[in-house]
Write a protein that binds this ligand. Structure first.
Ligand SMILES: [Zn+2]
Ligand SMILES: [Zn+2]
Length: 277
């Protein structure tokens, strides 16, 4: 299985000469296995993914965690949606007041975007999910609501004995009253448990988080505690703050991770990084 990061920035794209190392595109991770292509979120990173897809791939599966703009803003420019021979399956969380498809149609409509969802040439299937288990080819996918403003799910992608978990936007401390004491009450635990690779929100350091409680994101410190609790093998710290330069992200990692005595591997997400499991 090959996993590629096409975007790992949070909140909004942030290009610039001081952000070239970690990259400025927003959330998008691709999982490839045999002929199956899973795409986690449609942030600005999905645009370059679309341009790099081999011509023979005519079916792609997009798993959206939620509809905050940084996770869908690249969809309108995703080239397979304009290919009449391509099948694009999209999954996303339902909400209590408005359906997932109706919310997605708001993005694909003037004046926000010139092309309506129904006008796109591809064969598009929209699937609304909750706490759901479903199959995509040989993958077993589990979605579960996690703590973040608005309906938001995390995804667990299982194949053979391998597990990749993805929770780019997740506020651990508000997810349960006694984090991290009881795993079964911890938001996202079922999604992350025993994962080979966990992508997790680590937007802030401890001091920054104290001033941003309720914004929907986690500190790097809480993320690591969660990785330990969930017994993951490798953790990828994700959803970098848009204001942070490469140097600031390196410093945050060095100050909060390097001297910790951890029995699992922790790395900073970096655009274009590829993992094989
Ligand atoms: Zn986000
Ligand atoms: Zn969000």
């Amino acid at each position: 299985m090959k996993i590629t990061i096409w975007g790992c920035r949070g909140s909004m794209p942030s290009p610039g000469p001081d952000k070239l190392f970690f990259g400025g595109n927003t959330s998008c991770v691709q999982i490839e296995h045999n002929s199956t292509c899973l795409i986690l979120d449609g942030g600005s990173g999905i645009i370059r993914l679309g341009r790099n897809l081999p011509n023979n791939i005519k079916k792609v599966n997009i798993l959206l965690t939620h509809l905050h703009l940084d996770h869908i803003m690249g969809l309108g420019y995703f080239s397979p949606l304009y290919d009449p021979n391509c099948q694009v399956n999209i999954w996303g969380p339902s909400g209590s007041l408005e359906s997932f498809i109706s919310k997605l149609m708001r993005y694909f409509s003037p004046p926000l975007f010139p092309v309506r969802l129904k006008e796109l040439p591809a064969d598009i299937q929209i699937n609304e999910i909750e706490n759901t288990t479903f199959k995509i080819d040989d993958f077993n996918i589990i979605s579960e609501y996690i703590c973040h403003p608005g309906p938001t799910v995390g995804y667990r992608c299982e194949i053979d004995d391998f597990i990749v978990s993805y929770m780019p936007d997740h506020e651990l401390l508000l997810g349960s009253s006694n984090f991290p004491l009881s795993a079964e009450w911890c938001s996202g635990y079922n999604i992350a448990k025993d994962a080979d690779l966990l992508f997790h929100d680590a937007q802030y350091d401890k001091k920054e988080y104290a001033r941003r409680i309720g914004w929907g994101h986690s500190s790097i410190n809480d993320a690591i505690v969660f990785g330990n609790l969930a017994n993951v093998k490798k953790m990828v710290l994700f959803h970098h703050d848009p204001t942070k330069s490469d140097e600031q992200l390196e410093t945050m990692f060095n100050e909060n991770v390097q001297n910790e005595n951890l029995d699992f591997e922790v790395v900073m997400a970096k655009e274009n990084d590829i993992f094989f499991i």
